[in-house]
Design a protein around this ligand. Structure first.
Ligand SMILES: Nc1nc2c(ncn2[C@@H]2O[C@H](COP(=O)(O)OP(=O)(O)OP(=O)(O)O)[C@@H](O)[C@H]2O)c(=O)[nH]1
Ligand SMILES: [Mg+2]
Length: 266
């Protein structure tokens, strides 16, 4: 008798609006991690045959970095809590939210780390960059300087991670504030930069909610696909009698405690 892992889970069932049955599409084909219409055939078959190994227990770490006040916290809060706060409250150090999905019938979780953009809190925040599977660099579509700083944010994030295995997203925020002409000017630069660093580009508004869910669904789907492919590769080389360890992407679940650092860097 086969028992589905999800039915043994101690977690409540995944919300109906977090179920991903088809590959969410990219925002711009010019700057996408890939442009396939569907999940890879290998991944679909593995999910159907319940050969996804430890992926169903996995928590993938996602970090969101970028200049102060570009809207990182608002982006996460719009997706996770469906709220928007027009008052700016600087993030001190880091915060995180867990989001549970079901992708092709397999449970999959993202741990979304919201980091501080303010210089004085950056040294606290950067200690939490390690173990990220996904790096989201946010910039303000109405502030070209914040796009200019994206390269530095990328370098800082990659210092703590394996650059070859991280999936990158470049996200322009506050789309509601830019006129179509302004928007298309900055989009040119953003697309160029995104394809330069091999990131997938998105433009969102946390105020209106435009593209916010689509964006996070895409992140979850691509992170999931990568995990399943890696698992298939591993299981292909695994020997009978090998010990299978269940790891979070961060490799350190103790770091996931809600505790915030009590002091800043200055
Ligand atoms: N109009 C508009 N304002 C936004 C949007 N997203 C964020 N804001 C505003 O921008 C300000 C900064 O937003 P936050 O999300 O706190 O910025 P942050 O990047 O988390 O800032 P730090 O924590 O200091 O790094 C707030 O006043 C938000 O209300 C948006 O999509 N549209
Ligand atoms: Mg913040």
């Amino acid at each position: 008798m086969s028992v589905r892992v999800s039915s043994l889970s101690v977690f409540p069932p995944v919300r109906r609006d977090r179920v991903i049955a088809k590959l969410p599409q990219c925002f711009r084909r010019e700057a996408a991690l890939h442009v396939e219409d569907e999940f890879s055939g290998k991944v679909r078959t593995a999910c159907q045959e319940q050969r996804t190994g430890t992926v169903g227990f996995k928590i993938s770490k996602v970090i969101v970095v970028g200049d102060l006040a570009v809207g990182k916290t608002c982006l996460i809060n719009r997706f996770c809590k469906d709220v928007f706060d027009k008052n700016y409250k600087a993030t001190i150090g880091v915060d995180f939210e867990m989001e549970r999905f079901e992708v092709l019938g397999v449970p999959f979780s993202l741990q979304l780390w919201d980091t501080a953009g303010q210089e004085r809190f950056k040294c606290i925040a950067s200690t939490y960059y390690r173990g990220a599977q996904v790096v989201i660099i946010a910039f303000d579509l109405n502030d070209i300087a914040s796009l200019g700083h994206a390269r530095q944010w990328l370098e800082d994030a990659l210092k703590e991670n394996d650059p070859t295995s991280v999936q990158l997203f470049l996200v322009g925020t506050k789309k509601d504030l830019s006129s179509p002409a302004q928007y298309s000017r900055i989009e040119q630069d953003a697309l160029k930069f995104a394809s330069d660093i091999r990131a997938e580009y998105w433009a969102v508004s946390s105020l209106t909610g435009e593209n916010v869910s689509e964006f996070f669904f895409r992140v979850a789907a691509l992170a999931f696909e990568t995990n399943v492919l890696a698992e298939l590769e591993r299981s292909g080389t695994r020997q009978i009698g090998d010990v299978v360890r269940i790891n979070s992407a961060s490799g350190d679940l103790s770091a996931a405690s809600k505790k915030k650092p009590s002091s800043c860097c200055q």
